[in-house]
Design a protein around this ligand. Structure first.
Ligand code: FES
Ligand code: FES
Length: 169
């Protein structure tokens, strides 16, 4: 941390943080290097894969594209903020249950995109799930396990969407 740079303050997972970093340093790097929140992953570094997704002021953003200055005063939620009191979030449980995570590089971004989707649409159909996760790429799972995980996380395990997701594998 360098005191040569002006302070940038924001909230991460409910905690107020202050960093001294170059204003154009990527939020992704500030989270990982300055705040040691290494759950957020880098895939492409170009805004294409969604591995670095976090929620900022209620919007899903690619943290590799956000200069930290833009986060000044923002409320940020990273994957570390999903689990509470030592218990996995229901979205994380669903990914675990359905095999929605394999190598894990895309997983934090997928979890954050799912949290974003379910916050605005608690019971999405398969088309809405595909659209909600369209900005997130996975090279391991073939996507259907991820889509099924979202269905389970939404509490629709007995519904037609879950069946559709299972049969579309
Ligand atoms: S690492 Fe940010 S979108 Fe791929
Ligand atoms: S689990 Fe490996 S890229 Fe998605």
């Amino acid at each position: 941390m360098s005191v040569l740079w002006p302070a940038i303050r924001f909230t991460v997972n409910g905690e107020i943080c202050e960093v001294h970093a170059p204003p154009m340093k990527r939020l992704l790097d500030v989270l990982r290097e300055d705040l040691h929140l290494t759950g957020t992953k880098e895939g492409c570094g170009e805004g294409e894969c969604g591995s670095c997704s976090v929620r900022m002021n209620g919007e899903l953003v690619n943290s590799c594209l956000v200069p930290v200055l833009q986060a000044d005063g923002a409320e940020i939620l990273t994957v570390e903020g999903l689990a509470m009191n030592g218990r996995l979030h229901s979205i994380q449980e669903a990914f675990l249950q359905c095999g929605g995570a394999q190598c894990g590089i895309c997983t934090p971004g997928m979890l954050m995109a799912t949290a974003q989707l379910l916050a605005s649409n608690p019971h999405p159909n398969l088309t809405e799930i595909r659209e909600g996760l369209a900005g997130n790429l996975c090279r391991c799972t073939g996507f259907m396990r991820i889509f099924e995980s979202v269905v389970i996380a939404a509490g629709d395990s007995a519904g037609a969407v879950a069946e559709e997701a299972r049969h579309a594998r």
